[in-house]
Design a protein around this ligand. Sequence first.
Ligand SMILES: NC(=O)c1ccc[n+]([C@@H]2O[C@H](COP(=O)([O-])OP(=O)(O)OC[C@H]3O[C@@H](n4cnc5c(N)ncnc54)[C@H](OP(=O)(O)O)[C@@H]3O)[C@@H](O)[C@H]2O)c1
Length: 333
Amino acid sequence: MTETTTVRLVKRPSGMVTPDCFAIAPEPVRAPGDGEITVKVAFVSLDPAMRGWMVDRKSYIPPIGIGEIMRAGIVGQVTASNAPQFAVGDTVTGWGGVAQHFTGPAMLFTKVDPDVAPLERLIGGLGMPGMTAYFGLLEVGAMQPGETVVVSGASGAVGAVVGQIARIRGGTVIGIAGGAEKCRYCVDELGFDACIDYKTENVDQRLGELIPQGLDVYFDNVGGEILEAALNHLKMKARVVICGAISIYNSTDVPPGPRNYLNLLVQSARMEGFVVTTYAHRAGEAVAEMAGWMHDGKLHFREDVQVGIERFPEVFNMLFTGKNFGKLVLKVN
Ligand SMILES: NC(=O)c1ccc[n+]([C@@H]2O[C@H](COP(=O)([O-])OP(=O)(O)OC[C@H]3O[C@@H](n4cnc5c(N)ncnc54)[C@H](OP(=O)(O)O)[C@@H]3O)[C@@H](O)[C@H]2O)c1
């Protein structure tokens, strides 16, 4: 029987995750039950949301139970199938777990074409984070050609795609990222109009200098002080897209919300959150358009590939220290 190393949650973290929150050990691969498949996992997607799933609270998805495999997006090949829609050898993406082999319900997986892009991209720019950028900007943010878009977490999996789509759609784009190298990447390689280094610059002041006319769409990936700074620069009828708030995901004492939210009232603006899975039924249209932009050289992706399932806790924390540069994935086989 094949053995597989899995990462199971054994303790709920307080603050940043620590190695003792997880049991990382080999175990037999479970044969698929009725309607299930087994996937040999190539890459595990490491996403900030996974931190939220470790907390025992009501959310858009149940928390991971103690003793359960850490839930994660995965891409890999089907090695055993007990579901008519999948055959051995199919390449699939879907909701699996941090494991070298994962057995679970076939309904959580989609067959993908491995020739479209490198496998890790199918769980990145052409996967969940790419869909988040596409629908968050164009549907929730209702971005129109010629508008001014500000995006935080600008060099990351979601933010980099948001900024590029906004440029493709004829907008002016200001990124906000941590460090000179990430800002240079956004401007020189992704074509943003400017990027603010929030670690060394005053975001509020720089937004005033760069876009005195204000912003039409603020795409928020980080929350906290940066959200508050952006709320000072709303145009009339601006849209604030609440995609995430990574600056508070590890906080044990969550700070009070933005003090200046009444700017929404003054500017007749709106702030709206969303969960990407709402748009799952429209993934095909987004993938088709984004793959087209990629092949035309208009949309660029960057993956940060780390190797070794046993490194999961340390690699996961890179998301919260800003050590990742691009979509963070873990190669596990
Ligand atoms: N709503 C949805 O359905 C949905 C779906 C996917 C993702 N998201 C959200 O989208 C956001 C970005 O996710 P991602 O996968 O694209 O991650 P990512 O941007 O690739 O990686 C996380 C980045 O966040 C930045 N960061 C970490 N701590 C920060 C802090 N205290 N203040 C400001 N920036 C900080 C770091 O970049 P710097 O070096 O620039 O600080 C880090 O590299 C997250 O909030 C995530 O939860 C939401």
